[in-house]
Ligand binder design. Structure first.
Ligand SMILES: Nc1nc2c(ncn2[C@@H]2O[C@H](COP(=O)(O)OP(=O)(O)OP(=O)(O)O)[C@@H](O)[C@H]2O)c(=O)[nH]1
Ligand SMILES: [Mg+2]
Length: 211
């Protein structure tokens, strides 16, 4: 099935509806790729679920926890913004040592399978903690996305935890080491929210133009 999207404008930047669709334990369980998928990936506890809640304006849409490893399955949300309807996909975080061995072994193939197989995939948002910079897994993920030809954007979150004078240099360092644009973000202050929403909308429009 071809993913269908019918956005007609880039003006609308706010989410008008957001609902939880499902939590899948495997790629096979996921719904048919009817909607363009915007995917959120990154290390455990960086703030992926918090970012989804801020973007959608729903405080409790995605479960957030101070304990790493909160998001276990592939969580899918249906999001309406203006004329566009897309799926946000919250992936379980990587690099969480406390997971059981079998869970850690299952993570790689599940995410790899997801990134290889989902034909509706429009953009992968790779989220890093601005204070911690890039982990090996982040770089590997970015390389993997490039090899698959998937568009990606790096978001450096928890910006509020850095002194204002340190924010720009930290973002510049990340941009240099990833070789791509980095959007600074904070779930606490809402910084970067509009810029990221615009980027997500552009990705869905680009996809619908391709279809
Ligand atoms: N100060 C600050 N705290 C944040 C921000 N984003 C997330 N947090 C906190 O970081 C912790 C982890 O947030 P989550 O959104 O659950 O992180 P996650 O990446 O979804 O974590 P997993 O599902 O375990 O992979 C929570 O205690 C959040 O409140 C932010 O921008 N600023
Ligand atoms: Mg999470």
């Amino acid at each position: 099935m071809t993913p269908t999207m019918t956005p007609t404008t880039t003006k609308a930047s706010s989410v008008t509806d957001a609902t939880f669709v499902m939590s899948a334990r495997s790629v096979a369980e996921l719904p048919a790729p009817t909607f363009a998928e915007l995917v959120f990936a990154g290390k455990s506890n960086v703030g992926k679920s918090s970012l989804i809640n801020v973007l959608t304006g729903r405080r409790k849409l995605a479960r957030v926890s101070a304990t790493p490893g909160c998001t276990r399955g592939i969580n899918v949300f249906r999001i309406a913004a203006g004329d566009a309807v897309v799926h946000f996909v919250d992936l379980p975080g990587y690099g969480y040592a406390e997971r059981s061995k079998s869970e850690r072994r299952a993570w790689g193939p599940m995410i790899e399978g997801f990134l290889r197989e989902r034909v509706g995939l429009s953009l992968v948002v790779v989220i890093v903690d601005v204070r911690r910079g890039l982990a090996d897994e982040d770089l590997q993920l970015l390389e993997f996305l490039d090899s698959l030809g998937h568009a990606s954007v790096v978001v450096a979150t928890k910006l509020d935890k850095l002194a204002p004078s340190k924010q720009k240099p930290a973002l510049a360092t990340l941009a240099k080491s990833t070789g791509r644009k980095v959007i600074g973000f904070s779930a606490e202050t809402g910084a970067g929210q509009q810029e990221l929403l615009q980027r997500l909308l552009r990705a869905t429009l680009a996809r619908s133009a391709d279809a």
